[in-house]
Structure formats: C-alpha cells, structure tokens
Design a protein around this ligand. Structure first.
Ligand SMILES: *Cc1c(COP(=O)(O)O)cnc(C)c1O
Length: 426
C-alpha cells in the first residue's frame, strides 16, 4: 500500500545515512549511556531513597545553591530590557571585558576583551576548540582518565585522540614522558583539566611549569580546562596555566557553571592567554571567530549579567562552598579508608570528584567496574560512575558534592555492599 510505503523509513533518503558514522561512535563516548545503564538497575520499589553520586550536577542538593548576588544580577539584566536582542557572536563587550579582568587577577599580564569569546558553557568551548583544531591528519593529546566530551568531539570531528596517563601515585600528575612519546609534527595541542575532573587533583606551579616546558619543546599549545577554577580546598592553591603563557601559548576554557553552581545558565568562555602573540600570528582568533559565527550564542541576558555576577558575588559565598566541598571530600576520603575492596590513592584537593580503585581480587564474583556499579545500584540504590566511561577500567568516580548527610549514607551503603561481597579469607 502507498501509505505503508511512505511510513517505512527505507522509502526516504535519510535512511541511507550509515549507522557507523563518527556521530554514532561519538554519542557512545558520552557519560550518559553508561550512567543510564547503571541507573536502569535501581529497584524503584526499594525502601530507601536513591543516592546519586554519579553525575556532576551539585544543584540537586539544597546546600549547593548559587550566590543571591548572582541571581539578582540575572533579574536586573532581564528587567533592564537591554538584553532582549541578539548579541554579537563573540559575546557582549561588557561581559568579555569583565571575564578578561576576572582571569587577569591571577595572571602576570592582562587579558583584553579581545582575548575572550563567550560560549554556551564550557561544553561549547570544548566543541569550538576541538572543531577548529581538526585538520586532516592532525591529532590531539588527551588525559586518561579524562572528560569524555573531548573524546566524543574528537571522534565526531575525525581528529585523532592520543591518550597520556595521569599517575595516581603521583597526585594524578601528567606522565610527561608519555606526552613526549605521543607527540609528533601533526599534534595540534594537549589538554589538561585543572583542578581535575575526575581525579580531584590540583597541579602545583612546579608541575604546570614542567607541562609548559614539555609543550614548548614539542611545539604544541596547551588547552587548559579550568572549569573548576578556584574550587580548591587542600594544600595546593589553584594556579591557572595561563601564568606560563610566555613559555607556551595557552587557551583557557572556563565557565560560571561550577564555581557559581549554575550549570543550567550555560555561560562559558574561551580565553587566549598568549602574551607573546603566537596565537595571533597563527590566526587562531580568526578561526575562533569563523567558527563562532556559525554556532549559537549564550542567551543575551545571561551575558548581560556577567559583569555584575563577577563584581557582586561576595567572598563569603565562595568560602562557604569551599568549606562544604572540603567537608564532603574529608567524609569521602576517611570513609573509603574503612572499606575493604576499594582504595583511594590520592585525597581530592579540588573540583567535586574522587577516583577510587576497585580491588577485584578481594571482591567475590564482581567482574569489573560496570558490574560493581550496576549491582550497587540494584542492591543499595547508590549511583556511581564506572571508570571505564572515563578510560579507567576497574576504577570508579564518586561525585561528592552533595549534602553531607546523604553522602555519609551513601558511603555507609557502599561499605555494607563491599562487606557483603568481600571474599572470606581462607
Ligand atoms: C562540567 C565540565 C565541563 C562543562 O562545563 P559547562 O560549563 O557546564 O558546560 C567541561 N569540562 C569539565 C572537565 C567539566 O567537568
């Protein structure tokens, strides 16, 4: 029948899209499908609430609430009626200037508004950078474990990803020998994430300098994902990679999502930290503009609020969030020490995450990290992220930015889960 003919996908040219596209592969490289698999094991009729320590959105907990000054800035921007129109594709000037000044506070030189491009969260900043670096035959060096969006974007853009390890017993520092072994004349850049997701690591100035020297020697620029800027609560302070911009050109990616706890506001940036003008000479700004001209922009009134958000947020707010994160990290680290079957090689000093290693040899009948997470979801209604989603099989990521009572409950459940599954010694 004609109608049936029309209803069948085979009738339409769209069905000729190959299923084995880079897009299909890229979609699989996201955290979501893995997390959804784990969540599907939860027994919804169970007596206890589900405790979600798998994702990276702390706003689900009432204690992780943004600063009232930031909310007011949005209201004021909206009511001013100045931001109802389109913005310039690179972002409105006052916001670019405010972010340039904000980042310059921690740098030995000043950024100008022209160094800053507004994006729809740090996610779009990653999309833009990977897209403009994707030339036929080129490659990019990514950390393992890392943030899978980099893998997804590189796969989609047909840019080759090469992975260097972060070393758990050395505070998750970059294995710089591996970086040297991986790089060649087609390597466009290396990516670092500091403070680190998923490891909770914070790099010392000394380590950042070594990264800079290595990158300089290899002739590759550094993309510094600093979306967790200033979210540090250990002994190592946050130092932006841009501090070493005279050694190596740095492209800094950031957003207000994490420090201000507003991932839904979708306001991020790309900043060129390049006091020697290398990126200008290489026409990187032109590429950035070209790409940004064909993408969408963050909502104009959010852009309009940025100068006030930055100027008005009080030190008290930042301190409160840091104290909360420190408390959560302490709870997590101390409890994990009591649990047989998982170990934490490095106490988190920044971001909102910690990586723990499964000791499968002492866990009865648990095959791997995903198996561990699925059973934990099923038996104890706790959601964790399998490390294999981040390139680290048989490790697990715990997102600890949640209310401390729920966190303690979750860790207690993990403890009893491990106790039930630990091998009885002969
Ligand atoms: C959360 C996160 C991002 C994305 O940030 P948004 O501003 O929410 O888009 C990018 N990189 C890392 C490492 C992150 O953890």
């Amino acid at each position: 029948m004609a109608e049936n003919g029309n209803a069948s996908a085979a009738r339409w040219h769209i069905s000729r899209l190959p299923s084995e596209t880079p897009l299909a592969a890229a979609g699989e490289q996201s955290i979501r499908p893995v997390l959804n698999r784990v969540i599907s094991f939860v027994d919804a009729s169970g007596p206890r609430p589900v405790l979600m320590l798998g994702g990276g959105d702390p706003t689900a907990s009432a204690c992780f609430r943004t600063a009232p000054e930031a909310e007011q800035a949005i209201v004021d921007a909206l009511l001013s009626r100045k931001y109802n129109g389109y913005s310039p594709t690179v972002g409105v000037l006052p916001a670019r200037r405010a972010i340039a000044e904000y980042l310059s506070r921690d740098l030995p030189y000043n950024l100008s508004a022209d160094d800053v491009y507004l994006t729809s969260g740090c996610v779009q900043a990653i999309e833009v950078m990977v897209s403009i670096l994707a030339q036929p035959g080129s490659n990019i060096l990514l950390p393992r474990p890392g943030f899978p969006l980099y893998e997804g974007r590189t796969t989609f853009s047909c840019l080759e990803a090469r992975h260097f390890d972060l070393m758990p017993d050395r505070g998750w520092e970059v294995d710089l020998e591996a970086v040297e072994a991986l790089a060649d004349e087609n390597t466009a850049a290396m990516v670092i994430i500091n403070p680190g997701n998923p490891c909770g690591s914070v790099y010392s100035r000394d380590h950042l300098a070594k990264i800079a020297e290595t990158a300089r020697k290899l002739g590759i620029i550094v993309i510094a994902d600093e979306v967790y800027d200033h979210l540090t609560f250990g002994n190592t302070p946050f130092i932006p990679m841009g501090v070493l911009g005279d050694i190596v050109p740095v492209i800094t990616l950031g957003s207000i999502s994490k420090r201000w706890l507003v991932p839904g506001w979708r306001l991020g940036w790309i900043a060129t930290c390049d006091p020697k003008g290398v990126l200008k000479e290489a026409k990187v700004h032109q590429s950035l503009e070209n790409y940004i001209n064909i993408t969408s922009d963050p909502a104009t009134f959010i852009q309009g609020a940025v100068p006030q958000i930055i100027a008005n947020t009080k030190e008290d707010y930042f301190k409160k969030i840091i104290d909360l994160l420190r408390n959560c990290a302490d709870i997590c680290y101390n409890k994990i020490k009591e649990i047989r079957g998982i170990t934490c090689p490095h106490k988190p000093e920044g971001s909102m995450f910690v990586m723990v290693k499964l000791d499968l040899a002492c866990l009865e009948g648990i095959h791997d990290d995903e198996d561990f997470c699925c059973r934990l979801a099923k038996e104890d209604s706790v959601i964790l992220l399998p490390g294999s989603a981040l390139g680290m099989k048989d490790w697990i990521r715990i997102a600890f930015a949640t209310d401390p009572t729920g966190l303690e409950d979750a860790l207690e459940r993990i403890k009893s889960f491990c106790k039930r599954h630990v091998k009885v010694e002969a």
